[in-house]
Design a protein around this ligand. Sequence first.
Ligand code: ZN
Length: 591
Amino acid sequence: MNIKPILYSVEPFDLAGHRFRVTMTIPDPAAAGQTICLPAWIPGSYLIRDFARHIETIQARAGARQISVTKTDNHSWRCGASDSAITITYTVYAWDLSVRGAHLDESHGFFNGTSVFLYAQGQEHKPCEVTLIAPKKPARWSVFTSLPEATKGRLAAKLHGFGKYRANNYDALIDHPIEMGTPQTIKFTACGAQHELVFTGHIPNLDLKRISQDVKRICESQIRFFEPEQVKAPFLDSATRYVFMTMVTGDGYGGLEHRASTALMASRKDLPIIGQERAPEGYKNYLGLVSHEYFHTWNVKRIKPAAFAPYDLSRENHTSLLWIFEGFTSYYDDLILLRSGVIDRHAYFELLAKQISGVWSTPGRLKQSVADSSFDAWTRYYKQDENSPNALISYYTKGSLIALGLDLTIRQQTHDQFSLDDVMRGLWESYGRDFYTGQAQGLKEQGFIKLVRQITGVDVSTEIAQWAYGTADVPLTQLLHAQNIELSWKASDARASIDARIRKQGDHAVLSTVLENGAAHQAGLSAMDTLVAIDGLRIDSNANALDSILNRYAPGDVVTVHVFRRDELRSFDVRLTAPAITNCVLKDLNK
Ligand code: ZN
């Protein structure tokens, strides 16, 4: 039977007011009345975002007849009964400059399908067709997306054009964000597959060529990593090309993965300029982000936890395994920079040492496991507050150290016959390669340990129980020592500490976190206290103001700290401590 597609049109009709007008036509609505919904969250970012709150007006018609549309919960509406096709017309406010939402002004438009495409409940499996309508002004905008162009018909979009695009189902439809405007772009092929880099924002003299050469090496390295024999890019099951869309601002950073593209935010100062011999220091971070999101093309967009196969877009999808999907991706993102020759060993060990320092300086790692951190991502990791460093651990950073620990364990126990690389390829073969073309199934909670044993013969159940489901530190000193890499700890330059983190707020320094059981905690200081003076000397918002005063004292000295708590001046006697030793230094003895 020929299934009629769900039809959409999207028009950026009010650039100054940041509004898209969207229509959705459902050829065969449910007889008793069709329910339509917008996702409550966007896959890859584990927080309920209630995108439906940006729908401003909505109405429905069956032919010429207007039918009712009644809101039934935060994300859903019910349309009046109709025995023929219905068309819903709605406007979406788009002024969220992030990788997760939608953004529109006179310079460009960007949207994720989760912000603009309603789904017809019960009809999510049906193919979709989208007509992108060019804005009346300005002319000459182009379209950048991995969403495939429609293959036939007069209105089928040409490459980078407005017109018709298609998706096999709703899940595919919302996994290809769309950028429109006049960005700077460059193309390259990696292992025979087309890739595009798209940069939006004002970036004079951007060195596109340098970026494309580096990104190409990263992509080739990853394709060969997962498919050493076939050397085949993973996204060809869904698209003809992979698109990196980067929004460049003064201080942006972040990314969101999709099956054949990624949306990134980058800072202008991190990107290379034509003619500049040395790229900026932050360029490594940009390439690390690119590497991270591209690795997700395999790990989380195709190899998925069972809880995401399929996604339930109406509510939180709990999984204890984000430490594998985000943590392992964080391990490999930098490692692939090294393997592809984009950075050298020295730079790699610096990045790794920073990662280790970050985990060790988080007291919350002794309270929360990464399995719990994964499960509670929705309410805790994505809703961090002043107490988070005391209570939480990141499944990204500790997850990446678990990956390193498992990699070294497998290498050592098999005398370098196997490594975590083999496990990743095993995951790819068992769960990922055919995810969109065959039987889609996800990784179950206990599946990982079993798979490691099958592939490498190594039993990592104790390690996983302690490191991932418990709060034990990964014994990296010993594991790295066996690889001839020396891990040591160095004290910070400060002489004495109050064991609190500081943030700048206007002209003042404010305690952002008071570390549990530290000097400030013992004395009664609290997060959000505004620092006024120590022993009568004023503390301003300068980054080193606190340290430069504390450096006049030694651990054990007692100082009087004046703070404002709300609008009340208070004073506390703080017995200073020695700064915590959380700066990791890695020395590579292999050369
Ligand atoms: Zn990620």
